[in-house]
Design a protein around this ligand. Sequence first.
Ligand code: ZN
Ligand code: ZN
Length: 279
Amino acid sequence: MNIGAHVSIAGSIANAPVNAERAACECFQMFSRPPQGGPAPVLDDKIVAQFTANMKKHRQAAAYIHTPYYINLASSSPKIRYGSIKVIRDELDRASLLGARAVMTHLGSSKDLGKAQALKKVIEGVGKILDGYTGSAQFLIENSAGAGGTIIGDTFDEIGAIIKAYPRIHIGVCFDTCHAFVSGYDVREKAAVAKTLKAFDKAIGLEKLQLVHANDAKAELGSRSDRHEHIGNGMIGIDGFRALIGAARIHDVDWILETPKDDSDADDMRTLKGIRQSL
Ligand SMILES: [Zn+2]
Ligand SMILES: [Zn+2]
């Protein structure tokens, strides 16, 4: 278990490992392109070499790439769907080039398709993303918070259905603690975490859990409100994070903080490292 956070690529992608070390990260997550849209910065040999050298120099165990915000594989618009497929595949190729371990994405939501139809579109889209893909970076689906329209990926069953549609490809899951909690999966103490992970195992398979997004939640269990809070200050609370870090599979994978960037984000890093140390 390495602990890290989302870091900026301002100036150059090669700066990300530098920023990560400054934030006391052991691993980190970044965008490789503007998250709101626009062209991706070119990854030429020089940038790739700088990035790789900085990973080592600044002692980062792994890099992860988050896809941009506008991804929607469940849209009824083919233009948006195909654009999303292309960008995710491009991010997988870019991650492989940089030696990043994985790319995680939200799946999206649909305003006018029913749930079954939207899920079908997502499954088709995932197949197109991974068709002929031979890169080293792994594709991870992030569980979503369940807010807005017909969101896909807020339940373990939906993620399981997508992954099981492609049994020969190793698709993983990025488990966001806040999103799980506001989607109704309790993680506030040991028994609740065990129950949630049992549900995950049944629907998806615990070995598919490859990464954790560590966020406390401002909103209540099942509220479907995606607002991240500092670790221990939200509705999940410190006992929840102690139970999560103590859970076998979850303890083996990397953790990435996505808590608000303010005066307290250094505390979040210290809190998680403290819990890990105490176990
Ligand atoms: Zn997340
Ligand atoms: Zn979120």
